[in-house]
Design a protein around this ligand. Structure first.
Ligand code: MG
Length: 405
């Protein structure tokens, strides 16, 4: 299931196209498609879309027991792999959201999305994303169908990098980073002692930023007290409050030096409420893991949040790039949502490396029994090395897929 070498397989235009010009070709093809210009060169097309679920047991923090963990009550960490094969043999990998929804998203891809992709130009990720989103919009604009479309979008960007012979970050931008910062996203433990010990463990592993998922003041304070002042502490409450409660709670946290509060209110698409919390809480607000592109546009242009949090397995790389561009235009910061361990995490690393801005990559605070990338993007001292090979940089381990798929 590994991808073929782009140099060998990319022979369809070899009479016209020298290898050293491949990157220029891919960039020009992307630009032409965006401008609606008819393609001049031979087209590489999608010949198959396959899906595979990998379910990996995990432990978390200083708790060595395997079991249902966090506010999501997860028992395994599930990754829905999306494999796109082209008619020239190149393979791209994507990931669609996620967790315990993977069976439903898989069915959406297999039954609805995949058949519509066959024969489409692989250089047109954004165009295919738009076609699929419109064609299938009746089935939900923020759910299994759009998550499936996002998985295919990621795979097409992987293919674009492989065709260009470049790691995706070099195809996307001029950030030129070999290493990106990571923060650890701890699960919800609900008691002060466990939070304290897990914060200390994260600090000992070199993380300079830690996110809690706690909702009780005393527990959050315990987390703050366990970390040096130099370590940033974020708080994600997963849409726990109404706006007035969120404002009151945030005001009680002023001494805890919280870097941002994530998804403070229910429902997450209440942009007016988010704006009220931002204006009155005294702590920067972050949101976006449950947002559509239109939601992002609204929250950015109305100043409802300080940080936007696009989730690549939910809106694809094409969507993430749009959100990042809007954010840059309006002075809003980007802090991607990426509690994944598959191509979605790799895609987030590549986008962070391409950015001129400092973007910290979210790393879910668990230890898996097996890693699809054999530890290549496991943070060391709170930093992730950016894979230098073409596309996303690493294909998922066939051995791990065979063992846990
Ligand atoms: Mg969150």
């Amino acid at each position: 299931m590994s991808s073929a070498s782009p140099r060998v397989r990319y022979s369809i235009s070899s009479k016209r196209l020298r290898p050293r010009r491949k990157a220029d070709w891919v960039r020009r093809r992307l630009r032409e498609k965006a401008q609606g210009i008819h393609e001049e060169f031979a087209v590489v097309r999608i010949s198959a879309v396959d899906t595979k679920i990998v379910r990996v047991p995990f432990t978390h923090g200083d708790d060595s027991t395997v079991g249902r963990a966090g506010n999501l009550r997860l028992s395994t960490l599930n990754t829905l792999l999306v494999r796109v094969t082209t008619d020239t043999g190149i393979i791209g990998w994507g990931e669609a959201f996620g967790f315990d929804l993977v069976d439903v998203t898989k069915a959406a891809i297999d039954r609805l999305v995949s058949p519509l992709c066959i024969g489409h130009d692989v250089a047109d990720a954004e165009g295919l994303n738009a076609i699929l989103s419109h064609r299938l919009h009746n089935y939900g604009r923020n759910g299994p169908v759009s998550f499936g479309i996002s998985g295919i979008d990621i795979a097409l960007w992987d293919i674009a990098g492989k065709l260009a012979g470049l790691p995706l970050h070099r195809l996307l931008g001029d950030g030129g980073k070999d290493i990106v910062p990571a923060y650890t996203s701890l699960l919800r433990y609900g008691d002060a002692a466990t939070v304290e010990s897990n914060v200390r463990l994260a600090v000992s592993r070199g993380y300079r930023a830690i996110k809690l998922h706690e909702i009780e003041l005393a527990v959050i304070r315990a987390g703050r007290n366990a970390a040096p002042d130099s370590v940033s502490l974020m708080l994600d409450v997963n849409c726990h409050w109404a706006p007035p409660q969120a404002i009151t709670f945030a005001r009680s946290l002023q001494k805890e030096r919280i870097f941002f509060i994530e998804e403070p209110i229910w429902p997450p698409e209440d942009m007016i409420g988010l704006g009220q919390v931002s204006a009155q809480s005294g702590i920067p607000i972050a949101a976006g893991e449950n947002a559509t592109l239109m939601d992002f546009h609204t929250m950015i242009t109305t100043g409802a949040v300080r940080f936007v949090q696009p989730s690549v397995t939910k809106i694809g790389i094409s969507g993430l790039l749009k959100v990042a561009a809007w954010a840059a235009e309006h002075g809003v910061l980007v802090s991607p949502h990426s509690p994944y361990f598959g191509p979605g995490l790799l895609a987030t690393v590549q986008v962070a490396a391409a950015s001129k801005h400092d973007i910290a990559v979210e790393r879910y605070g668990v230890e898996l029994a097996a890693d699809l990338f054999d530890g290549a993007i496991t943070p060391v001292n709170g930093r992730i090395s950016v894979p230098p090979k073409p596309g996303l940089g690493i294909d998922p381990s066939e051995d791990v897929i065979a063992r846990f798929g």
